[in-house]
Design a protein around this ligand. Sequence first.
Ligand code: GDP
Ligand code: MG
Length: 378
Amino acid sequence: MLTRGRALVAMLRILGDRLWKTKFEEFKKLVASFGYEIVSEIVQAKDKPRTATLFGKGKIMEMKQICDEENIDIVIVYNTLKSIQKLNLEIMLERPVIDRYELTLEIFAENASDSVSKLQIELAKIEKEIPYIKLQTSVIHQRDRPFTRAGGEYGYVPKLIELRKRRKRLIEKIEEMRREKINQIIKRKEMGFNIVTIVGYYNAGKTSLFNMLTGANKKVSDTPFTTLESKYSALPKYDNILLVDTIGFVLDLDPKIIKSFEINVDDMRYADCLLLTIDISESTPIIITKINTVIQTLKQVNALNKKPIIIAANKIDLVKNNEELNEKINTLSNQIELLLKNSYPIIPVSAKKKIGIDKLAEKISETISLLRNTTSDN
Ligand code: GDP
Ligand code: MG
């Protein structure tokens, strides 16, 4: 396989973060799946990050040595970097340094096939680029004239002017497309359709489940973010229910990423019901953390609003036996109730082995019927 380059992956592990190992493993999967060769990895434990460099000086020296010895092309950092941290690390390591957010945008950019996603990604990149270039310009300026104080004049370098213009145009264009899309959704709803949106982490099997439920044929893969474009498709055998497959969440998702995908979030906001898909073969604490993150994020972006949620416990074919499965579902059910003060139906399925798909469709239809009856009662 063609490699994008030799990478050093690094993480600043904040003391007390018990999930750091899982996060780092997931991050490395992300890096490798995008085609970087992970040559070396470094984790520093600290109670808080250094403002100017994220890592401590000694750790950076160690990284520099690895970079030179191992011929590293790029350093990829788990933590979100402030412009000043990125710039300082690049200067000290003498190589490009990107963070998880930039990596995610790169992966998004490669997967995006529709114009809405492409524009949203371009905007997100520009939003990150502007403060970085501003800082870079001011650092170079100060180096040339060490006694002048920082001022606003760097804001007028041609590159920045161009980027700001482009940003403005992108915002307008995206807003226009967004209005158009919302109008479409509203029209469908006025025609009597109810919308069920599939949410959950990447790799849980959302697209596989969508395909099984609707008979569609969307691309499935174990690389994150294969799904960017949301697609609406009818649930056969039941009247007027549209299913939507959406972008997947990643553990410890940067809130900025969600913000950059407002149009995709609209699919969640306008849904009547959410189908939260989990991978039941993962360990219970991981599943609970993921469910909790999805619910909290949906709350933050105003997409929850007391909607009914059905949990599809996918990949039951990977669980040893029925006993273990039932025990797991019971534990999950209890812990969710404790944590979220709410209970949700959990339907065991396997999208791959086509188990439980009809039962899940039935549950969806039942939930929507209930909604329809309550609305007509009002
Ligand atoms: P998404 O990222 O949530 O949309 O997940 P995908 O539908 O793209 O599936 C991710 C990976 O999980 C793919 O390799 C699928 O073949 C696999 N997968 C999906 N459903 C199942 C299942 O029920 N059992 C097993 N064993 N694998 C599954
Ligand atoms: Mg998908």
